[in-house]
Every structure is written in C-alpha cells, then in structure tokens.
Ligand binder design. Structure first.
Ligand code: MG
Length: 315
C-alpha cells in the first residue's frame, strides 16, 4: 500500500514537473511552425532559451505560472474553489508577467474590475466578439485532474469551472476536460485506447471531433511492423515511439484520391497506400524517404533515397 502511494505521489509530481519542463522546452519556439523548428534545431531536445519572450534556458512561462495558481489554491483550500483560484490568477496578473494570452488578459481585467469568477470569462468572451476558444485554460488545467483523479464527475465539473474563469467557450472547457480525463487515465498507466475512451466522455461536439482526429501510433507504422523480423520488435517499437505522427485528415484523403484519379487518367495505376503517403508528405511539407521513387511520380512530392540521395537527380 505504502509503495503504491509512493508510486502515485511520484506520478503526481511527474505530471506537474513534466508540465513545467515541457513549457520551458517549448517556450523558446512558441509561435514557430514545425518546419521552422526543424530547420533551426532539428529535434529540439535542449533548454535553449530565447524566442519572442527572450527566455533564459529552462525558464517557464504563463503555462506553469497559472498551473501553479490552481495547484496552490487547491493546497490552500483543500478543494477546488473557483473563487480562490480566480484570486490566485489575479495575484499573478498583478505581478506583471511578460506573457499573458489575450483571452486570459481580458478576463483578468474583468476580475480586477470586480466581476465574479462566473462572469469574468463570459464578459471577456463578449468583449472579444465570441472568440474565447484559445488554449489558455487547457495549458494550466492539470492540478484539477490530480485532485479528482478517481472522481470522474467532479473532474469534469471542476475542469469546466477552472476553464470558464477566463475562457467561456465550451470548446475550451471541454478541451480542459479531455486533457484532465487523459491525465487521470494515464496515472493508472491506461495508454491503451486512451483517445477513444476520452472522446466518448466529451459532450461538446467540436471538441469530441477534434479528439477523433488525433492520430494514434498504431495507425501509421503498418508497413514497418509487417516487415519486422523476430528479435527486432523492441528496437523497432522504440524507434517508432520516437517519431512524430501525421494525421490522415480529410485534406490528405482528398488529395490522395485526386492523385489516384489523375494518374488513372494517364494510364498509371498508383498504389492506394502510396497515394496516401504522398499526399501526407505534400500536406505536411515533408521529405519522403523511399527506395521506390517510381511509386511517387507526383512532381510536388520531395523524394529522397534512404542514403540521402536526391532522387530527382537520379531519375
Ligand atoms: Mg506560455
């Protein structure tokens, strides 16, 4: 029992420290595209600092500061008290932090003027013309998951409350619910079927739809897994786990279908999977590594051989 509690405490701490570490790691590239980050750093694995906030290496941003507001309030009150959380947000706001999101700033101005926590987010939502579905209430929501990790209905209610203090839009509230449900499941090690399980509890349809578009790792490496030899499984899985995954969304599907149609008209039968791969690469502005350049005749696909040869020069 004690060992189990130690393990759980370790996971709780890991959740909050992980949030801060991710914030510090990603802060310097906030606002950059995937391609800009790849061009500058390859895979960003170090605390580099700088960026638009001129961060010191390892310095955290508003994500961590606001998460700590919620965590400290929960510790002070022994429960989730939205009024007290709002006061902690205000205390942080008055310390003049250098990075406050637009929606959050607007709501905190309302709170400062005396709006109750239930009204501040709504007033900000109206002042912003209904545009309050930012990520600002999702980045900070994790402590609510830890408080209620085994009380699902309370987790859902307080995730919504923690969100609407600043972000009235339901997409933001239910985004926070989704992240917190995922955290609660992951505390138990429940990685299998995670996205589907979370999506099934999300009442807001846009947030639920967004979740169903999250690619799962098992969707992509079919070809690699099919070719694995005995004894290579662990190394292959470790390799695949380290890769980013691109979603096959509607845009990718439409372009893949257009490729099949266009080349059929020229008497060339493209492979179904290859047309999806080509379309994904084009959509993500990715380099496609292949030994079979002939399978990808589309001029806009940027091909490279497995040893780095430029196929366009070879064929
Ligand atoms: Mg931030």
């Amino acid at each position: 029992m004690e060992a189990e509690m130690d393990d759980l405490l370790d996971r709780f701490q890991g959740c909050l420290v992980g949030l801060a570490v991710g914030d510090a790691l990603g802060g310097p590239v906030e606002g950059c595209t995937v391609n800009e980050i790849a061009a500058r750093y390859g895979r960003l694995m170090e605390m580099v600092g700088e960026g638009w906030l001129a961060l010191r290496p390892g310095e955290t941003t508003d994500d961590t500061a606001m998460m700590l507001c919620i965590a400290r309030s929960i510790v002070d009150q022994g429960r989730f008290d939205p009024d007290d959380v709002a006061q902690h947000f205000l205390g942080w706001f008055r310390s003049r932090p250098k990075d406050i999101g637009n929606t959050t700033r607007r709501a905190l101005v309302e709170l400062e003027r005396g709006a109750p926590w239930k009204r501040a987010g709504l007033q900000a939502h109206r002042a912003l013309g209904g545009m309050s579905a930012g990520n600002g209430s999702i980045m900070r929501c994790a402590p609510v998951a830890l408080l209620h990790y085994c009380h699902e209905h309370l987790l859902i209610r307080d995730s919504v409350y923690s969100s609407i203090i600043t972000h009235f839009d339901q997409k933001a509230s239910w985004g926070a619910v989704a992240v917190n449900l995922a955290i609660a499941r992951l505390l138990d090690g429940g990685k299998e079927g995670l996205v589907e399980a979370v999506a099934s509890k999300i009442a807001q349809k846009d947030a639920r739809r967004a979740l169903t578009q999250v690619p799962s790792l098992k969707d992509v490496p079919i070809e690699v897994q099919a070719g694995v030899r005995r004894g290579e499984e662990d190394r292959t899985n470790a390799f695949l786990d380290g890769l980013a995954v691109c979603a096959v969304d509607r845009e990718v599907a439409n372009r893949a279908g257009a490729y099949l149609r266009e080349y059929r008209g020229r008497g060339i039968t493209l492979d179904f999977a290859d047309s999806i791969i080509a379309s994904t690469a084009v959509g993500g502005e990715l380099m496609l590594v292949t030994e079979n350049a002939a399978h990808f005749p589309m001029p806009e696909v940027r091909l490279i051989g497995p040893k780095g040869q430029a196929w366009s020069n070879l064929t």
